[in-house]
Design a protein around this ligand. Structure first.
Ligand SMILES: [Zn+2]
Length: 138
């Protein structure tokens, strides 16, 4: 788990507080805000990752009933999610961990995690939408 400075925690908390969640299309953000008190950073067709003010990265299955959540522990996933989060929120750039030695950038999507299929933007299947994968995982 990333250890945060007080001002980083405060920044995350105020960003969560500022999240607009009243629109029905915002339901994943609403779950993050109201259920987990966490800032959504990245997601794919199954999981959503969100950062709490204490620095823990919550992962939950947004397709499953009950929002079962876990704290993410895979260093490659944490690295990929924090990178995506820092693109959305440059304030998080200093929280990106060092590249794990077994992390590999996905060539199919150039590390973006995004692919196009039939004219639609979808999660890249080569890396599960994260842009990076663990060497030997596939
Ligand atoms: Zn990919």
């Amino acid at each position: 788990m990333t250890v945060l400075l007080a001002e980083q925690s405060q920044w995350i908390q105020s960003s969560i507080d500022a999240m607009r969640v009243d629109d029905p299309g915002h339901w994943p953000s609403r779950v993050c805000k109201e259920r987990f008190n966490a800032l959504p950073l990245a997601g794919n067709s199954i999981y959503l990752w969100a950062l709490r003010p204490d620095g823990s990265l919550v992962c939950f299955d947004h397709e499953a009933f009950g929002w079962h959540s876990e704290v993410e522990t895979d260093p490659v996933v944490i690295y990929a999610v924090m990178r995506q989060g820092a693109q959305k929120y440059p304030e998080l750039r200093t929280l990106i961990p060092e590249i794990p030695s077994d992390a590999r950038r996905c060539d199919s999507c150039d590390g973006t995690g995004i692919a196009e299929r039939d004219g639609r933007t979808v999660s890249c299947l080569g890396c599960n939408g994260l842009g990076w994968y663990k060497e030997g995982a596939w």
